[in-house]
Design a protein around this ligand. Structure first.
Ligand code: FE2
Length: 365
């Protein structure tokens, strides 16, 4: 079932479709601390989309808005709201990568196409479809020497940096009983392997539960957990997502930081809202995870969670959804040797999510 690895190098960027990219760029600069780097739109020759390129650490995010109602992305926005459209990979050869993916059963979104000009060089890109309406682009930069991608021109506005480095993992929520399908899809199309899995015994509260399997590339630098709802006394948070989103889609992107105390302090000052963790969580924390370098009172004040595996520990915290639908949110994570995803925190976290679900009227008991 597991195919040879598809020749992808790394995550090149993540593209979000949003209702108003100009304002979203302001939010991601001033709250999350990304720098705006470049812009593509009518003024640069892109007639029907406005796109802002943001960067922090080694992470690039494109925020895009279609400029007319006939644009196919307008339909995506109507269905899903502001959310992740594309997790794009840099590749050495778009033709080969795309051809392999299609032969292994992936669905076409965009056949290989050359864009650019003689002055700055050209790129070749293509795209395939993954869960829901989410896509994976393949980007071959070749001799391209222009700003980021063809169509972009420099448009720099500095953000208030918060120390975000790189996407540690990107999580997809899929429909009931579809997790195994998508895990197998990443195995057979990308040659990814199963990295970890959690069942409803690991991830359940009194009221609801979910299942999750993590797939990773050969180097284990690209990690995609796939979640599906599981039966519980009430509606799973994954089911709430699927109903609000209109299908499967990206649930959260985890931003890696080298100093979570610093990052969370800055993000909180800059208005990012985090899930609230009950004080009692910290009463027994050290029994479970000690020794740790951080001051537990600082962690308690900021609501930072800690978990440990046999290799070390991690610190993490989750934002509330960043749009009005209870769909996309972000995680901030720092790893000190630990390769896990915070299994020991699942219960405290999901109870916190459930308190929010209940406030939205989506946790009927
Ligand atoms: Fe996560």
């Amino acid at each position: 079932m597991q195919a040879p690895p598809l020749p992808i190098r790394s995550i090149h960027h993540i593209e979000l479709l949003v209702g108003n990219a100009k304002q979203a760029s302001f939010y991601y600069r001033n709250s999350f601390g990304f720098d705006q780097v470049a812009y593509a739109g009518p003024e640069t020759g892109n007639r029907d989309m406005a796109s802002y390129l943001l960067r922090q650490g080694n992470m690039h995010i494109i925020l895009s808005t279609p400029l007319n109602p006939e644009h196919p992305h307008s339909e995506f926005l109507k269905l899903h709201g502001d959310s992740v459209l594309d997790i794009a990979f840099e590749v050495d050869n778009t033709d080969t990568t795309y051809k392999n993916a299609i032969e292994r059963g992936a669905l076409n979104v965009r056949e290989p196409k050359i864009t650019g000009n003689d002055k700055n060089g050209k790129i070749k890109s293509a795209a395939i479809r993954t869960y829901g309406d989410t896509v994976h682009s393949f980007i071959e930069k070749g001799n391209f020497s222009g700003t980021f991608l063809p169509g972009f021109e420099p448009f720099a506005i500095k953000g208030k940096s918060t120390g975000i480095l790189f996407p540690d993992h990107i999580v997809g929520n899929v429909e009931d009983r579809k997790m195994d399908y998508w895990v197998n899809w990443y195995k057979s199309v990308f040659g990814f392997h199963k990295f970890a899995s959690f069942d409803d015994k690991d991830i359940s509260t009194e009221f609801s539960s979910l299942r999750s399997t993590v797939v990773a590339d050969q180097n284990e630098t690209i990690k995609f957990p796939i979640n599906e709802p599981a039966e519980g006394r009430s509606k799973s948070q994954i089911q709430e997502y699927v109903e609000s989103y209109g299908g499967a889609g990206v649930q959260h992107v985890a931003f890696l930081t080298g100093d979570i105390v610093d990052t969370i302090s800055l993000l909180s000052e800059q208005g990012v809202e985090f899930l609230e963790i009950p004080d009692t969580y910290y009463d027994s924390l050290l029994d479970r995870v000690a020794p740790i370098d951080e001051d537990i009172d600082v962690l308690r004040k900021l609501g930072i969670l800690v978990d440990r595996d046999d290799r070390g520990y991690l610190l993490q915290l989750f934002t509330k959804p960043v749009a009005d639908r209870p769909t996309l949110f972000y995680e901030i994570i720092q790893r000190k040797g630990c390769r896990g995803f915070g299994k020991g925190n699942f219960k405290a976290l999901f109870e916190s999510i459930e308190r929010e679900q209940k406030r939205r009227g989506n946790l009927d008991l």
